[in-house]
Write a protein that binds this ligand. Structure first.
Ligand code: SAH
Length: 285
């Protein structure tokens, strides 16, 4: 074991031959680290810049498309300036997140136009602590705007994938006051009724009777009504006991409210009422 000069040489040979691979390995690790660092800084900088760009775009949207188009409720304006709409749109539409028009969210559905979200929020006349029912969760954006007003939101979505995505998104963004149910919203959400206000963000061809039944006395229901793709009118309906008084807010365009049974009780005279404002051109842009 000890008599072999040749073996005594081996360690030196090994040292000499392992030197270059180690150097190469170290250089390789260094390169990887430098790459990771550069990548991290490259990724981080644009994302911070993008956040700043989103904030700037959101402020411009509020000034031009919300205040500029006549929304006056300070709380609604503040909510619109707070909710990160870019977190509710598909990646491919990020560059349009703060433009004043609806955007596709998949499954043939859309996130509503910011102005309409603000208008409907304002017309609901909510107070902090109120319980609100929304039919048509979609992306969850309208629900988030309402949650910013200090209310508890119960929102119903019929497309399960959209409902799940919205539920996960709202939870990630910290909107714990929003509760999502996957169901046909034509029937409302009886478990938590009555609601101080109800907002419907898909258009049925008549006012679903269950929603009227779940509206608290003195509450407001804001709902678009009309045929798919045709002329739809946005109504706000005020409940006073058994009397429902309706007022038109003008023409709008919403995706249809999907419901198996098209028959439903329409309270006599609910379409009576005054046309308060003509909003067709804004609302359907
Ligand atoms: N408020 C949403 C936009 C709504 S788009 C937002 O802020 O993003 C209208 C939504 O209503 C769609 O997601 C559609 O799937 C849903 N919808 C249609 N019919 C429905 C029904 N019967 N019950 C519940 N949701 C319905």
């Amino acid at each position: 074991m000890q008599d072999k000069p040749s073996t005594s040489d081996r360690p030196d040979v090994r040292r000499a031959s392992s030197f270059r691979p180690r150097l190469l390995a170290s250089a390789g690790i260094l390169l990887v680290l430098v790459g990771v660092y550069l990548r991290a800084t490259r990724v981080q900088q644009p994302s911070q810049e993008a956040e700043a760009d989103f904030t700037t775009a959101r402020q411009a949207m509020v000034e031009e498309g919300i205040v500029g188009w006549g929304i006056t409720d300070e709380d609604v304006i503040a909510a619109m300036a707070t909710v990160p709409r870019h977190a509710f749109v598909l990646d491919e539409f990020l560059d349009q997140a703060y433009e004043n028009h609806p955007l596709p969210i998949g499954f043939g559905q859309t996130i509503s136009q910011p102005y309409i979200v603000a208008l409907m929020s304002q017309e609901l006349a909510v107070e902090p602590g109120d319980r609100i029912l929304e039919i048509g969760t979609g992306s969850g954006y309208q629900a988030a705007v309402l949650a910013e007003l200090g209310v508890e939101v119960f929102t119903v979505e019929v497309v399960s994938e959209l409902g799940e995505t919205a539920r996960e998104r709202l939870s990630r963004l910290g909107y714990d006051a929003v509760h999502v149910l996957i169901a046909d919203g034509y029937d409302g959400w009886a478990d938590h009724a009555p609601y101080d206000a109800i907002i419907v963000t898909a258009a049925p061809d008549h006012v679903p009777q269950p929603l009227l039944g779940q509206l608290a006395d003195g509450g407001w229901l804001v709902i678009p009504v009309g045929p798919p793709g045709g002329y739809q009118e946005l109504w706000k309906i005020h409940r006073q006991g058994v009397v429902f008084e309706s007022t038109s807010l003008g023409g709008v365009r919403f995706v249809p409210l999907v419901h198996e049974d098209p028959s439903g009780y329409v309270p006599e005279g609910w379409l009576r009422g005054s046309s308060e404002r003509g909003r067709t051109s804004h609302a359907t842009r």
